[in-house]
Unconditional design. Structure first.
Length: 492
């Protein structure tokens, strides 16, 4: 009987979906033979002997191991310890949820996931103070670009805000402080969250935690984290430290058994749609002067990319609004940087082609298109750029990488794949269906390998062919088993 953490020698009686599909033999199951963490052969079922433990897939389907290309790991792992505010329909309701909670961390109440852009009222210090009193209370926006605090929390953190809302850099600072729990606590939470991700077929993540991730991932691996491969980012505040340590994008992190690697330099150039801070060409409704904000100026971005590119770092440039995307592409043109545009939620038509020409990948989060459709139809109604382009990017030849931006959306690649393919959660009509991806394109954007001889045995077994699933079944795709280097990380 195969068990968790056991390496297997074969998967028997399985059909192939996604990259590697050419080995599907007239819809007849095959056997995938594995040795030393690699696929060594794919043969008709029963043609070759199996020397060791095997998983009998009984005609199920296999896809390559799935990646989430945008995760805020510690914040994602700690979500279960915080008050869920996703269903709050008003500021007063969110404040009441916080007041009713008996959950606290170090004397603080922390909530997460509210979306005030959809409320009829606005967050104010008065509303939150009346409900929560002297207990420091923090409500983190679903987009993580703003935090609503009561007066007690503002005093504790040393900030001032007339409405109680901190945005952008100040909000990031609060999140960093709230995430800075004891390492034993956060490491245990990350390990638990990693197991949950394996149960959804995740074999790799790109970690954008706002911290010095070198020590954290070496420590977690030493404590037994083995669920996923990890590429971890460096932020501008730590760039010189990383360079002095001799780090470069792609380097393996010692002591992690090859599971953790140095990722890109992450630069957040603008804000978000929900906080109305994404930098856009056209103004937001109601204020002709409001074009969002740039957290990093174009000249500063060029300096950062010049330094990081020369030191061997790829770049992951957060750019949501079309103005931010254009500035990011200008900086890449000047510096020769490589890497990704993160989010790319509003892109000028000409910049679609520029992303492709510059050889950048677009790291996108399809679930955001569904979650933000009302906001786009309101806040971006007058924008002339493309909102949440996916098919347009693919047609231009841009490499796509799908992710969740967890905890902004759940870390579930099947949810992302379904959102990309169907542009609906099943409850509404497809939103801008012209931007749908094919199942093959969505799967290719969710993996780093293929089911073929010589490839890593990072594999996911599911009961049905993703090509035949409608929106809801694809979102809820059961995962029967997940393998990392041929080692079982999840078994249903």
């Amino acid at each position: 009987m195969t068990s968790i953490d056991e390496s297997v020698a074969a998967i028997r009686q399985v059909r192939i979906a996604g990259p590697g599909r050419e080995y599907l033999m007239d819809d007849e199951p095959v056997d995938i033979h594995i040795d030393a963490g690699r696929i060594v052969d794919i043969a008709p079922s029963g043609a070759l002997p199996v020397r060791g433990q095997a998983i009998d897939a009984q005609g199920a389907w296999v896809v390559p191991g799935l990646w989430d290309s945008h995760v805020h790991t510690v914040q994602w792992a700690l979500v279960s310890e915080r008050v869920a505010l996703h269903d709050a329909t008003s500021a007063r309701e969110a404040a009441a949820l916080m007041a009713a909670s008996d959950s606290s961390v170090d004397g603080r109440r922390i909530g997460t996931g509210f979306r005030d852009a959809l409320w009829s009222d606005s967050p104010t210090a008065q509303i939150l103070d009346a409900a929560t009193g002297d207990i420091p209370t923090y409500l983190i926006n679903a987009d993580v670009h703003s935090v609503w605090l009561n007066s007690a929390a503002l005093r504790r953190e040393g900030f001032a805000a007339p409405d109680g809302v901190l945005r952008e850099e100040d909000a990031f600072e609060i999140s960093k402080r709230l995430n800075a729990v004891e390492p034993l606590h956060s490491d245990a939470a990350v390990k638990t969250a990693g197991r949950a991700a394996a149960a959804r077929g995740v074999t790799g993540i790109v970690d954008f935690d706002m911290a010095w991730n070198v020590d954290a991932w070496a420590r977690r691996a030493g404590a037994g984290f083995r669920s996923q491969r990890v590429e971890f980012a460096v932020y501008p505040a730590d760039l010189e430290r990383a360079i002095a340590a001799g780090l470069r994008t792609g380097d393996p992190l010692g002591g992690t058994g090859g599971l953790a690697h140095v990722g890109p330099l992450k630069v957040i150039t603008d804000g978000s749609l929900g906080t109305r801070t994404a930098a856009c060409t056209h103004a937001y409704p109601g204020d002709e002067s409001d074009h969002g904000v740039l957290n990093v100026s174009p000249s500063e971005l060029i300096q950062l990319l010049t330094r990081s590119t020369g030191a061997g770092f790829a770049a992951a440039v957060h750019a949501i609004g079309d103005r931010a995307v254009s500035f990011a592409l200008d900086a890449v043109t000047v510096t020769g940087a490589r890497g990704t545009i993160e989010h790319a939620q509003l892109v000028r038509h000409a910049d679609i082609a520029r992303i492709a020409r510059l050889g950048l990948a677009a790291s996108i989060q399809p679930q955001h298109a569904l979650d933000d459709r009302e906001l786009v139809d309101g806040y971006w109604a007058d924008q002339t750029a493309l909102g949440y382009p996916m098919a347009a990017l693919a047609r231009a030849g841009v490499e796509l990488r799908l992710g969740s931006d967890a905890p902004v959306a759940p870390l579930d690649p099947w949810q992302a794949i379904s959102a990309a393919v169907h542009r609906t959660d099943g409850e509404h009509a497809p939103w801008h269906p012209e931007e749908r991806l094919s199942v093959d394109d969505a799967l290719s954007a969710s993996v780093r390998t293929a089911v073929r001889p010589g490839a890593r045995a990072d594999l996911v077994i599911c009961p049905t062919d993703p090509h035949t699933a409608s929106a809801v079944p694809l979102r809820r795709m059961p995962v029967l088993a997940t393998l990392l280097d041929g080692r079982v990380t999840h078994l249903a």
